[in-house]
Write a protein that binds this ligand. Structure first.
Ligand code: TRP
Length: 329
């Protein structure tokens, strides 16, 4: 069995794009691999969240992933900051991470541009912490999106550098596990581009049916097809794409045919789309609320996850210390 590690940032709520993109793949992976899924709440500190927000966000994200079906009895589900071993490995790896290469990282350069008032050292060493997260469980596969590929390349480099430096074959070099074409890209409701957390174009799993109806009815469309069999415009195609993820194929065909015949009424299509989205999200939303209300359950999941993650992490740190040359007196 291969070991899979993936970190989830504790910012923002999950939306349909996350659900049909990343989460459904986590669900598949957890059955076939030794999976570690964690909330990256040390990483969250780079943007200086307020203490109350930090905890609330962690709870929310954890509840959402559990509600989607991440199974803490199958995968190891934990909170990063419950595993202090990761900070020790991070320190050790920092000794072999060079300032130059960290400064050249695309995500760091972007942060420098976007938040010039808060260019902290945690941002600079973000990829080292991420590498520690991954190799502390000696993972082989890391399911991440394109935006994380450079970080993963650095993880491989840090792992290789450690092995070379000490003449060992200790850390595997993990591969990005990119679901490629299997990944469904869900567009936003604003006519163009992907659904995002902060673009204001998303439907969140935690949205109420009323909120979903309102958002979908307001989605950008167009003035309607002028000639038979016309290719749908981008905003309308986006609605069809979302529909193909949540609705019956017969429903999609019904509206596709109506569009081709220039008889489509977008109001009807949106009404149907909203109801079909709600069919997917409503059971999840109810489950999110149940989980959030069940403090005992959440505490148990977190405690058990921490214990499993720490056992795996502590073993690695013990072995790494030995390799580096720390010896008992
Ligand atoms: N950097 C990742 C992101 O922004 C989150 C993350 C932290 C992560 N540690 C990780 C992802 C380890 C995969 C493995 O999405």
């Amino acid at each position: 069995m291969e070991t899979v590690v993936s970190g989830i940032r504790s910012t923002g709520n999950l939306h349909l794009g996350n659900y049909f993109g990343a989460v459904t793949n986590f669900l598949k992976m957890q059955r076939e691999n030794n999976c570690f899924f964690f909330i990256a709440d040390y990483h969250a500190l780079t943007t200086h969240p307020k203490p109350d927000d930090l905890h609330g966000n962690i709870r929310q994200v954890l509840a959402e992933y559990l509600a989607c079906g991440i199974d803490p009895d199958t995968a190891t589900v934990f909170i990063q900051s419950d595993v202090p071993e990761v900070t020790e490995l991070y320190l050790l790896l920092n000794m072999n991470a060079y300032v130059g290469e960290l400064q050249r990282t695309a995500s760091f350069k972007e942060k420098v541009r976007k938040q010039p008032d808060n260019v902290n050292a945690g941002l600079l060493t973000y990829p080292v912490l991420m590498a520690a997260d991954i190799i502390i469980h000696r993972a082989n596969k890391v399911p991440v999106g394109k935006d994380q590929e450079q970080h993963l390349e650095m993880t491989r480099r840090f792992a290789r550098r450690f092995n070379t430096m000490y003449g060992v074959e200790y850390f595997p070099e993990p591969d990005a596990y990119n679901f490629g074409k299997q990944l469904l890209k869900i567009p936003g409701l604003d006519g163009t581009g992907k659904m995002g957390k902060s673009e204001g174009n998303g439907v969140f799993l935690a949205d109420t049916p009323a909120e979903i109806r309102k958002k979908v009815m307001r989605a950008v469309s167009d003035e309607g097809p002028k000639t038979p069999n016309e290719k749908p415009s981008e905003p309308v195609q986006n609605l069809f794409t979302i529909m193909s993820a949540v609705s019956d194929p017969s429903t999609v065909k019904f509206f596709t045919d109506k569009h081709a015949a220039c008889e489509i009424r977008y109001g009807d299509m949106k009404k149907q789309l909203a109801e079909d989205i709600i069919k997917v999200t409503e059971p999840i939303r109810e489950r999110i609320n149940e989980i959030l209300a069940d403090k005992k359950y959440m505490a148990k999941v977190v405690a058990e996850g921490a214990e499993k993650a720490r056992a795996s992490a502590a073993k690695t740190v013990r072995e790494v210390r030995e390799i580096i040359g720390y010896k008992p007196f």
